[in-house]
Design a protein around this ligand. Structure first.
Ligand SMILES: [Fe+2]
Ligand SMILES: [Fe+2]
Length: 148
């Protein structure tokens, strides 16, 4: 018997990769600007792809049957994603203007991302895996695999 299909499992793996990338960025922020910049661009690319995948390939397929439970999560998720995208935009602008991103800025964003990750891994993805059909999940997983 094959294992049940799980979007959660795939996304946990990608969350782990992003955690590694922000840890490298944090480390490099103690060094020189160019090293920090290189680590920033790797982290930025990974996180942009991740958010794109979540918003365009995963959450768009979510039509919760349990309206009150399901739809409650979406505004919160959108709010958190907006914060993430805004932070990336600010940092991108800073780096373009040769301003280093400080270790403390990185640390507090890391804390935010950890809470966001917990929210998705404990509430959003389990709910999604439970409410989608196996076939829908297969389609979503094929898209995720193209991206991450
Ligand atoms: Fe997310
Ligand atoms: Fe995520």
């Amino acid at each position: 018997m094959s294992e049940p299909v799980s979007i959660l499992k795939l996304m946990v793996k990608d969350h782990g990769k992003l955690e590694d990338l922000i840890n490298v960025l944090e480390e490099k922020s103690h060094e020189n600007f160019d090293t920090m910049k290189e680590a920033f661009h790797k982290f930025e690319w990974g996180l942009e792809k991740h958010i794109f995948t979540e918003e365009k390939a995963i959450f768009t397929s979510y039509n919760p049957e349990d309206i009150s439970e399901g739809y409650k999560m979406l505004p919160e998720l959108t709010k958190q994603h907006n914060f993430i995208v805004n932070t990336l935009n600010n940092w991108r602008r800073a780096v373009r203007n040769k301003r280093a991103i400080s270790t403390s800025e990185i640390y507090s964003f890391k804390e935010f991302l950890n809470r966001h990750r917990e929210f998705e891994e404990e509430k959003v993805y389990p709910k999604l895996d439970e409410s989608l059909s196996e076939q829908d999940k297969q389609h979503i997983i094929a898209k995720i695999n193209e991206m991450v």
